[in-house]
Design a protein around this ligand. Structure first.
Ligand code: ATP
Length: 267
């Protein structure tokens, strides 16, 4: 992972204003991550320990990765996003080494938001794991997170999962993922905001996004992105003939919504 590791390191160009809705999540992140970074001395004055991570859970496509990246942008931090497949290696000991490398990269580049997708896969209940190497990987993760032998100050850890109940209890102790936040599917007001963000800079007519929001019940942020993509593809077909990029209309968006199946219904 060492040589190609730089591909993980991002300087995000999004911040909280690029995140629609999610007000409660923003508040929690502000209290737990942003303020401690800005006001370390105030926390010290009260003897309040800084550290630990936030675990986001909820249906796919509702902005967990997006808000983690925006958190980094919000505080001018670097951003590293890793999934379980970036870490797992078939050779004994290599997965642990990869994990260590990732944490080290974050420590070298602080302040840095370190985002782990699918932490449940990493921490699938220890007793369910078929082999001992799974346990070793969990233990390595916990040790890295605790900052044993290393300083995690300025390393902000956010994890995401669709299945928190599968997470090993050891992950949730104080100082680890001690804040768990449900990222629910966007309500109508949030959907209108998300559409506004996705459509920024694109040619549009005067839109009534609240009507589009009403027509997109159960759509996740990712679904809304797909919807806009569908509408643009239709517009492009016309534009190929006319040579002119006609602006997107409300009707274009609502028609596109009919062609996309929302993904969060079962949540
Ligand atoms: P998964 O569990 O599948 O990884 P996720 O919750 O991490 O899903 P994201 O990858 O963050 O979902 O969201 C997918 C895309 O949808 C984002 O890249 C972003 O463009 C858009 N999106 C989702 N939620 C929002 C939001 N609240 N505001 C703006 N854009 C959003």
């Amino acid at each position: 992972i060492d040589e190609e590791s730089l591909r993980f390191l991002e300087t995000p160009n999004v911040s909280f204003e690029d995140v629609g809705g999610m007000d409660r999540v923003k508040e929690e992140i502000d209290l737990k991550i942003i303020q401690p970074l800005k006001h370390a001395e105030l926390y010290a004055a009260y003897g309040k320990k800084i550290g630990g991570g936030i675990l986001l859970y909820g249906p796919p496509g509702c902005g967990k990765t997006h808000i983690a990246r925006a958190t980094a942008g919000q505080v001018d931090a670097k951003f590293i996003s890793v999934g379980i497949n970036d870490i797992l290696d078939m050779y004994i000991g290599n997965s642990e080494k990869n994990l260590h490398e990732i944490f080290e990269m974050a420590r070298r580049n602080k302040p840095c938001v370190l985002f782990f997708d699918e932490v449940d896969a990493l921490g699938a209940s220890r007793y369910d794991m078929r082999n001992s190497s799974g346990r070793q990987l969990i233990n390595q993760f916990l040790a890295e997170m605790d900052g044993i032998d290393s300083n995690n100050e300025g390393v902000l850890i956010i994890g995401a999962t669709n299945a928190p109940w599968q997470l090993d209890g050891a992950f949730r102790r104080p100082g680890r993922f001690d804040r768990i936040i449900f990222v629910d599917p966007p309500d109508a007001a949030a959907r209108a905001q998300i559409l506004q963000i996705i459509l920024k800079g694109k040619p549009t007519e005067k839109l009534d996004l609240s009507s589009v929001a009403k027509a997109t019940t159960d759509f996740s942020g990712a679904d809304l992105k797909a919807l806009v993509d569908i509408a643009i593809e239709e517009k492009l077909k016309e534009a190929f003939k006319s040579g002119v990029p006609a602006p997107l209309s409300n009707k274009d968006l609502i028609n596109a919504a009919k062609k996309h199946r929302p993904s969060t219904k079962e949540w």
